[in-house]
Design a protein around this ligand. Sequence first.
Ligand SMILES: Cc1cc2nc3c(=O)[nH]c(=O)nc-3n(C[C@H](O)[C@H](O)[C@H](O)COP(=O)(O)OP(=O)(O)OC[C@H]3O[C@@H](n4cnc5c(N)ncnc54)[C@H](O)[C@@H]3O)c2cc1C
Length: 459
Amino acid sequence: VKPIKSYDLVIIGSGPGGFEVATKASLKGLTVAIIEKKQIGGTCLNVGCIPTKSLYQSAKMIKEIKEASQFGVSVPSYEVDIKAIIERKDQVVDRLKQNIKTVFDQTWVTTYYGAASFIDEQRIHISNNIDNEIIGFKHCIIATGSREFIIPIPGADLDNVLSSSDLLDLPEIPKELVIIGGGVIGCEMASIYSQLGSKVTIIEAVDRILNLLEKDISSRMKAMMKKDGIEINTSTKVTAIEEYDGMLQVKALNKKGAEVNFNATHVLMAVGRQPNIEHLNLQQLGIDYNRKGILVDEHFMTSKEGIYAVGDCIGGRMLAHTATFQSYAALNHILNDENQIRFDVTPSCVFTFPEIATVGMSEEEATEVYKEDVKVSKSLYRANGKANAMGATDGFIKLIRHGDTLVGAHILGESASTIIHQASLIIEKKLSIRDCVDMIHAHPTLSEVLLEALRGIIE
Ligand SMILES: Cc1cc2nc3c(=O)[nH]c(=O)nc-3n(C[C@H](O)[C@H](O)[C@H](O)COP(=O)(O)OP(=O)(O)OC[C@H]3O[C@@H](n4cnc5c(N)ncnc54)[C@H](O)[C@@H]3O)c2cc1C
């Protein structure tokens, strides 16, 4: 029997919930090991945030070429090389993966490759094709992430019915792509592939796409997607997928209960994700969990002292930065450090054309909580000098005020994912709107759209 190596902290999963805090903990003086059963970087780096944003950038380039004549630039022809696009995406991913490995080496984080499962509250079993190993821990952070949820309908297992991971590596551009699910992943993929040249149709079961966002944002985005040639069917429930004449046929029921069919060369299932919690031996260890994920307290500690769980595997808002900051909160608790992270102020971005970004309360939530003491203002990109110069006039910023500060900000428009952080700062630090309005904003910038919305809400 090999002697057991033991660590102050063992992290299971090297996604955003795992890798950053592994190095941080090591720099704080803990002995740290991280266990990964697939690829360093997790979903985010390998089949999530980074690869999609790499493809998004290629799609954006195509959109700009198509619109070049508006700027007095003529581009008579262009070609889309999907293999080169995927190659570029892989290079971006590989570079970032290498960075993580280098940082692990520099900070003495030990990496184990294999699937982890608990033996008891001090030991973890790691198995891969070659070896079995047991390591010990004082503290553990479970950051095992999530995987695609596949709706169990007939035909879900047909060739060319794809998950988002499959689509990211598809060496051809689907001629007709039907996307089941009009959430964030569905809408981002629709935006990318419609620019790449696919005829895209979204089928969404509820009555609007991006239904977790403000109603005015989702309805405006629907109109903009339609303008880009994307067909959107809401209140439509998919019942089956069949093979028909060498094509796929997606069968669904519309709002009136009538059967409708959609032809496709490829189908993307983007109906949500489920936590990776099987095979960890949670039940035997007495760690509570349910269908949505592992249950944790306000410090992200599970029902077992010293064992924490963060990120997609605890359900909730499945975002990379949520996973990372939850992990920081867990580390703070392990180190007895003060925790100041406010999870109610988590920005969330959608990379469509244009981008969407949102933070804090929706108008509906704020009205429910604060009743009459809520004020809403909207400023339009159309009125902004830089937006006009950029040809990016479609969009708005909506701010929600309670008392002297902001409680919510919602942006649809160019660079929304950058501008949102100014609003986040105001909300998180409860800055007075008066002070923010007096802060000089450079001209001409898109940040002035936010300044205008702030001015609008103070009057
Ligand atoms: C297509 C797509 C696009 C996305 N875009 C964005 C975006 O733009 N912005 C954003 O914030 N979020 C985005 N997300 C969500 C984001 O990727 C996740 O929220 C994030 O990766 C969660 O991090 P995590 O650390 O909890 O889990 P993961 O990143 O899933 O990492 C978990 C890791 O644990 C490993 N693991 C699992 N079980 C075991 C085990 N038993 N033993 C050892 N290792 C194990 C897995 O192999 C995996 O590598 C996107 C997701 C997808 C699918």
